[in-house]
Design a protein around this ligand. Structure first.
Ligand SMILES: Cc1cc2nc3c(=O)[nH]c(=O)nc-3n(C[C@H](O)[C@H](O)[C@H](O)COP(=O)(O)OP(=O)(O)OC[C@H]3O[C@@H](n4cnc5c(N)ncnc54)[C@H](O)[C@@H]3O)c2cc1C
Length: 409
């Protein structure tokens, strides 16, 4: 790492988790220069509740907000909310906002996240066809749902599965369509992915394997046509097929892009003085290897904080194995590290749900479990500390991973 630098006037574009975390971390690290936080939305808020709590009584933007404007002002963070950044001049650097104003900067952080991926099929723009990324999206879905409403969810990944569960709890009749027989195997292993996917049927969801070809509007309702499958009547369709990173601002400014804004270990983009973090950023490490872009909450928070270190020319603390959680049908899933690629899958049976591990060369590289935070936490420490562990120990439900950790000390 280079010598500490004065980040000067910092402009952060995107006040989601990564941008918000970076702003606070800059202050924690002692940066006392101006910080401007820009967002096209009116509030900086948390997204995971959008798919989990959208039918709850306390589902308001204030309940989801990270902080009030006053709390941000107390930290001397100036907000430009409801203002989209429309151009980045990396040479200045400066950021232009819709409406014509310019923010001069010494350091710019891009934390512009992503948007919900659409499907290139006829009917995708019909009224009643929704996607979910923002509070506004969640409110639009909520307004269309009442007991007995027919909802078709396209995409059975993490967000599609969470929405399916929330819609069932709200009393909707749900059909879930996905081209894959069992989604999420690469993320959580086959044993757990199968068990969790089966829960949809157990909870009264109709699960269809197939590719959605078209959505149309009949006189009474929407119709979802599945290739070589049924035509599904629907009052509401929700498409949950992943995320597209918002790279346009960076691309127009000439920054290096490859399915994300490319950054080094210090969150530096290819333009001096311009950094990126969160869902929009993709690590190209010092050997030139491109890493998978992460799209999870903890990665956004950590990369935002680490970008603050990078902007100040400081070494960030070591980063642990990536972790995420997801909630559906009253169960809480957690996964850490990787569960696909080289190595041997080990399944621990004996509980209500299997726990899944990936072991490579005698070391744990990934784990996933349901309703077992302690196990995943211990697994994470085994991964981060490179503690040797055998497949026999991992498969045996009577072996405590914490005990394996203790013995290793
Ligand atoms: C419905 C849902 C449920 C989720 N559940 C989980 C979960 O259970 N577990 C988990 O680990 N992760 C979950 N995630 C993922 C997690 O929320 C994201 O990884 C995280 O929000 C990413 O933060 P970010 O700051 O990088 O991006 P974002 O949260 O997308 O924030 C980017 C911000 O940039 C703003 N912006 C974009 N372009 C501009 C522009 N040109 N000018 C100004 N502002 C701009 C946007 O308005 C937005 O506020 C979920 C995500 C969603 C959508």
């Amino acid at each position: 790492m280079t010598t500490p630098r004065d980040a000067g006037r910092v402009v952060i574009v995107g006040a989601g988790l990564a941008g918000y975390s970076a702003a606070l971390q800059l202050r924690t690290l002692g940066h006392d220069g101006p910080i401007a936080l820009v967002d096209s939305e009116s509030t900086a808020y948390d997204r995971p509740p959008l798919s989990k709590r959208l039918f709850g009584d306390d589902f308001t933007i204030d309940a989801l907000a990270f902080a009030t404007h006053e709390a941000l002002a107390e930290k001397d963070i100036t907000t430009h909310f409801g203002s989209a950044a429309v151009a980045l001049d990396p040479a200045a650097p400066s950021v232009s906002l819709r409406g014509g104003s310019h923010l001069e900067a010494d350091t710019v952080l891009l934390t512009v996240g992503g948007r919900a991926r659409s499907l290139p099929i006829p009917g995708i723009d019909l009224p009643g066809v929704h996607m979910l990324r923002t509070f506004e999206d969640a409110v639009a879905i909520r307004e269309r749902v009442s007991p007995g409403v027919r909802a078709v969810v396209i995409g059975a990944g993490l967000i599609g599965a969470e929405l399916t569960s929330s819609l069932r709890i709200a009393g909707a009749d749900v059909t879930l369509v996905d081209p894959v027989q069992v989604p999420l195997i690469p993320a959580i292993g086959e044993a757990l992915a199968t068990r969790l996917h089966d829960m949809h049927t157990e909870r009264g969801v109709e699960v269809i394997v197939g590719v959605t070809a078209e959505i149309s509007q009949s006189a009474e309702h929407l119709q979802v046509e599945v290739d070589a499958g049924p035509t599904l009547p629907a009052d509401l369709v929700i498409v949950g097929v992943g995320l597209v990173p918002n790279v346009e601002l960076a691309a127009a400014a000439g920054l290096d892009i490859d399915n994300g804004v490319l950054v080094d270990e210090s969150a530096r983009t290819s333009a001096p003085g311009v950094f990126a973090a969160g869902d929009v950023a993709r690590l190209r490490d010092s050997s030139g290897t491109l890493h998978r872009r992460e799209e999870h909450w903890e990665a956004a928070e950590t990369s935002g904080k680490h970008a603050a270190y990078g902007m100040l020319g400081l070494d960030a603390p070591a980063r642990g194995a990536p972790w995420f959680w997801s909630d559906r049908h009253d169960v809480h899933l957690e996964a850490v590290g990787r569960l696909s690629g080289s190595g041997k899958i080990v399944v621990r049976e004996g509980g209500a749900y299997p726990a899944v591990f990936l072991v490579e060369d005698g070391l744990l590289v990934g784990a996933a479990a349901v309703d077992d935070t302690n196990l995943v936490r211990a697994a994470r420490r085994l991964i981060d500390n490179r503690v040797p562990v055998t497949a026999t120990e991992l498969a045996d439900p009577s072996v405590s991973l914490r005990a394996v950790l203790r013995v290793s000390r």
